[in-house]
Design a protein around this ligand. Structure first.
Ligand code: SMO
Length: 762
């Protein structure tokens, strides 16, 4: 057996945490209940922009059962940061824990700790706040008008979060001069909110040695540790952050939140553990949404379909604070250098403050918006040129050696492979040749569309030691993997255990994963940017290889053979020439020449480059021309993710991403009243997420078309990709069905009916 034959990687093994999850035994942050637990609650502003002239907590403090109240005067005046890496520029530092100003409706102005949730809620009502209203700027146009009221004193001015991002390659004017067809359009998108099952929650507990233990549902435990230590003036070893099971993160939980600091401070003041748990409503009001956007796009094509020039101006609405706007703006802008190759590009991206809830990181991180626009305009170009859209996309798709948004060359022909495979599997040409009329229901029109995407794994190429893993071979032959990567619910820990078992040469069942305790596990940048398998997987593979070498050495010694002459497979060290003659890993680890049994422990760090995964989504929709309802009937997503570690987990990621993407495209929008900044539909009553009944038939195809040598055996990311291509695929399919082009999301039934009416009138 050669080492190239996979035994565990590529198998859909039973997930490592499956029993705990299905029996309900697994603990989530909210399940912890230290003795004497107090309940923390946040009083939220009922005005979008104001100065606080007076805040009086005396009545609240006098309420029996209330143990502490914090207002802006009681907390350290520190601008906190949300940057997952101290050397990255993804995030801003523009938010105080509590301020004497409010910048959006729903921002926290005070916090309470009480012996019950009910008393804490009652206390919130007793806190008196007197506001001096300031003019509220609630849309990107109002924010950019010269002389508009400024929301922050920091930043480059004009309500910009950062200086505009500018990317230019080639000669755009020359490109347009060579074009036979020039298309121009403006695209917009709303404010989808990542609706994780587990709302944000944390518990703070101080011990007698002035050490803080902090449970929180976060994607970035070490970032939380760093920020809390800074605010509290503690060394890092006096803050222990614990993350147990998580009910989803979707990017939003890679940020730092006001309630996390307040929880730690309330616990410090009361000397009792304090828990803060968002209501579903608070996940909307005080969570992080995708950035609403407006994007102007102009592209030029030759008659033969070659894309020759692209000019783009993109504006993201950041909301009241910057959060991940710098990163999202950089990534969203740079992504327009790619997907469809274009030598001449001029791209401008900006992020603008408004007095609305905070937009942040959300699965797809700026790329969703940009590729929505590009992919719809490619479809329009195909229509105008009289060619098949899938063929036009295939012709222009980025290929091996083209420059990726990160500046690295693209490895392999992943995107063309996805498009080609989908054309065949979906039977694209035959489907598009069918009548658009439904065979039996005259109100229904059918349409078929394609959308494409690419997305990078790993956030900060070149920053060292982002991915770390420790592998321990215990003296009985069992193996422990220690990782700082949070398990968001995607199965990433299972994939890591598979990688370790495969590399080491032991059974999958003999590897257990320890995670989420910053006192124990090696430093980790956080579980985001689709990189846990790629980045931490690589580190785990390296650490496992080191342990393997030591086990082989010990085994050889016991077998009285040379190390070159032994192999380790399935937990057995044996003579390569005579596999019958061997010992178990347990025996290899045992006492040898009087040396007592001991474990082996190895840590490895991995510095990533950046790998790109690709996908093409093929979609069938049915549009009801009487009600305007769009039903997604069938999706055939084709993804290239390099070497597949766990096929069913990857498929789950893809299906989940498609469900979220359907929501974004058709129904989900957290609506803010643009006159006063109030939110109109915070919560799941008026905000329509797709349910299982809304799910189409999904036929997932996973290719290993373009493995990336930077990942374990060529594995790449899959976390964010599936949410990106589905949106434009649906919009293009709607156009195919009814001949109406939509340049925005969500595309609601009202929009469809209006579009049909406008078409009839012309
Ligand atoms: S939006 Mo992601 O967790 O980088």
């Amino acid at each position: 057996m050669t080492r190239q034959d996979f035994r565990i990687v590529g198998q859909s093994v039973k997930r490592a945490d499956v029993l705990e999850k299905v029996t309900g035994e697994g603990l989530y942050t909210g399940d912890y209940a230290p003795a004497g637990l107090l309940h923390g609650k946040i009083k939220r502003s009922e005005i979008a922009h104001a100065r606080i002239v007076r805040i009086d907590a005396s009545k609240a403090l006098a309420l029996p059962g209330v143990k502490a109240v914090l207002t802006h005067a009681d907390v350290p005046r520190v601008l906190h940061y949300g940057s997952p890496h101290p050397r990255s520029a993804s995030c801003t530092r523009d938010q105080y824990i509590l301020d004497d100003k409010v910048r959006f409706w729903g921002e926290g102005v005070a916090a309470v700790a009480a012996i019950s949730e009910e008393i804490a809620d009652e206390a919130l009502d007793l806190i008196e706040v007197e506001y001096e209203p300031l003019p509220a700027v609630c849309d990107i146009d109002a924010a950019q008008v010269p002389g508009a009221p400024l929301i922050h004193g920091v930043g480059p001015g004009g309500n910009l979060v950062i200086p505009p991002v500018h990317v230019e390659r080639g000669n755009v004017e020359k490109g347009f001069a060579e074009a036979d067809l020039i298309l121009e359009g403006t695209f917009e998108g709303g404010r989808p909110v990542p609706t994780y099952m587990e709302p944000n929650v944390c518990i703070a507990d101080w011990d007698g040695s002035n050490k803080l233990t902090f449970w929180t549902s976060t994607q970035s435990s070490f970032m939380v540790r760093g920020a809390l230590a800074e605010v509290l003036g503690l060394p890092l070893n006096k803050v222990r952050v614990l993350v147990d099971h998580m009910g989803g993160g979707f990017g939003a939980k890679q940020d730092l939140f006001q309630h996390e600091f307040l929880c730690a401070l309330l616990a410090k003041q009361t000397r009792r553990p304090v828990k803060m748990e968002f209501t579903r409503r608070e996940t909307f009001v005080a969570g992080r949404s995708r950035h609403p956007f407006r994007l102007w796009l102009r592209q030029g094509f030759r008659k033969d379909g070659t894309l020759v020039a692209r000019d783009m101006k993109l504006v993201f609405e950041s909301g009241a604070y910057g959060s991940h706007s710098p990163g999202v703006t950089n990534v969203g802008t740079a992504s327009a250098t790619s997907l469809y190759a274009c030598e001449n590009v001029r791209l401008n991206g900006r992020a603008v403050y408004t007095n609305t809830p905070i937009a942040g990181a959300y699965r797809g991180y700026g790329v969703v918006q940009t590729y929505f626009a590009i992919d719809i305009q490619m479809d329009e170009a195909a229509e105008r040129l009289g060619v098949d859209p899938a063929e036009l996309k295939l012709k222009n798709a980025v290929r091996d050696g083209d420059i990726a948004p990160s500046g690295h060359p693209i490895i392999g022909d992943g995107l063309p492979a996805c498009i080609r495979e989908g054309i065949t599997r979906f039977d694209w040409a035959a489907k598009r040749a069918q009548p658009r009329e439904h065979p039996t229901n005259p109100a229904i029109r059918r349409g078929w569309g394609i959308g494409c995407e690419m997305h990078g794994s790993s956030a900060y190429p070149g920053i060292k030691e982002q991915g770390n893993a420790t592998v321990k071979m215990n003296e009985d032959g069992s193996v422990t993997l220690l990782t700082g990567a949070a398990g968001l619910g995607t199965g990433a820990h299972t994939a890591l255990a598979q990688i370790v078992a495969e590399e080491l040469g032991v059974a999958f069942e003999s590897v257990s994963v320890v995670h989420g305790d910053t006192d124990v596990v090696p430093w980790d940048i956080g579980a985001f940017a689709s990189h846990t398998t790629y980045l931490v997987g690589s580190a785990a593979k390296m650490a496992a290889a080191k342990v393997r070498a030591s086990v082989l050495r010990r085994g050889a010694e016991r077998l009285q053979a040379r190390v070159e002459d032994v192999d380790l497979v399935d937990g057995r060290v044996f003579l390569t020439a005579n596999p019958e003659q061997g010992i178990t890993v347990h025996e290899a680890m045992g006492p040898s020449r009087g040396i007592p049994a001991e474990h082996l422990i190895e840590t490895a760090s991995y510095m990533p480059t950046k790998s790109y995964s690709f996908a093409a989504h093929f979609v069938e929709v049915a549009v009801d021309t009487e009600t305007g309802l769009v039903e997604v009937k069938h999706v055939l997503p084709v993804h290239d993710i390099g070497k597949v570690i766990h096929p069913i987990a990857a498929q789950g990621q893809i299906e989940g991403g498609i469900q979220q993407g359907i929501g974004h495209t058709l129904t989900e929008d957290y609506v803010i009243d643009r006159t006063n900044g109030r939110s109109l539909n915070a919560g799941l009553v008026d905000y329509k997420m797709p349910l299982s009944m809304d799910m189409p038939h999904i036929e997932t195809v996973i290719l290993e078309a373009a493995p990336d040598p930077g990942g374990p055996w060529g594995a790449k990311g899959v976390g964010e990709d599936p949410i990106i291509a589905i949106g434009p695929a649906i919009a293009n399919a709607i156009h195919d069905a009814i001949g109406v082009r939509f340049h925005h999301y969500p595309i609601t039934p009202e929009d469809v009916l209006k579009g049909l009416r406008a078409k009839e009138e012309t």
